[in-house]
Design a protein around this ligand. Sequence first.
Ligand SMILES: Cc1ncc(COP(=O)(O)O)c(C=O)c1O
Length: 440
Amino acid sequence: MKRLNFEKSTEYRKKSHKLIPGGAHTYSKGDDQFPFLSPAAISHGKGAYIWDLDGNKYLDCSMGLTSVSLGHAYEPVLDRVRKELEKGVNFQRPSYLEVEMAEKFLSLIPCHQMVKFAKNGSAATTAATKLARAYTGRKLIAFPEDHPFYSFDDWFIGKTACNRGVPEEIQNLSVTYKSTDLASLTKLFEKYPGQIACVISEPEKNHPSQFINIDETIRITQKNGALFIQDEMVTGFKTGMPGTIARNKIKPDMATWGKGIANGFSFCALTGTKEVMELGGILKEGEEKVFLISTTHGGETHAMAAAIATIDEFLKHNVIGHMHSLGDYCSKAMQKVVDAKKCTSFVEVVHCNWMPSLIFKNKTGTPDAKLRTLALQEMIQRGVLFQGILLPSFSHKKSDIDFFAQCLGETLDIYLQALEVGVDKFLIGKECKPVFRRMI
Ligand SMILES: Cc1ncc(COP(=O)(O)O)c(C=O)c1O
């Protein structure tokens, strides 16, 4: 098979690391997250496809870190954005759109009465923890040790392997438990009585072994006088509309939203009950003020317009229904290929209707970084920009999944050979590395 040409990507890489620490503005988009034979940067996208600097075309599987829920350059969103751009994007006072946006967003979340916008998810999660501290007068923040990411701020990064630059005093203000073992959360409250301000957790993961009893997590948290923050950054506009919160019997005090709610535009939100969120207000004269989220760009008009148009599309077309039926179709297609290639001991299909994925293992059944990288390399060579997950956007079609399955079959032929004669005979360059690691 003729290898793809990455000439321009190679040139780009030479420059990017000289100018940008990490070579990218998101570590999970970095070179160490991809095989050597991969595009260094994307020139443009349309629907479910993207093109790299050398003109190679790929089926996009993670859609802007799962933020592009409708599709790249999706016309109804662009149309709404263009209209706002023509009118100016940032003013001395709020844009008229802020109230319209707040009403629209809150109409999706009946258990919450107030909302604050932000440009990044981290700003929303960090603001939620601050509000919880202010509300409870407690210092500690609790979150699951087995979840990958909640914020780039110190309260979270301080607890990862990559905590250089975060003072120990700050690291000690965060405490962790296991999301699937609620006895560990109860123990945490026993260990730090009256000290935990909040628990922040994603409500659901795509692997069955990571099942979270979210109602019980909320119950334990609130019973112990702490606030519960439901982080719907990934699940929002994917597991349901607006997210897993729609299925909760017990209401979280706050929820955080980002990826996917504005089709890739920078628009995130913190929602919560009036009682908690009001602390960030300015109407109660004589009360101590909480400096919640305040950013120059939080109310940018075109990003709000993108969110409004995205919500409209989701409601008009049953986007969630499309995503779920495609997620099921993809899970089954993945399994069919893995079974046909007799790879079930080495490749695990994570069946999930909102984000199916594959886990690549060695002969002992252990996830293997080199073999995973080889699988990514071979999928990329065939025109699928794959990192393990496939996020079915509204633009993905069954034929795209069929194409994915065909490429997976060819990839697994090579994978099986690598298992026999050694992965180094096939893998070009080094294996992908974890984002959170102590050493470079
Ligand atoms: C669950 C979760 N929370 C928060 C964040 C932070 O969002 P952002 O990258 O927009 O700051 C992420 C980002 O990946 C996330 O996955």
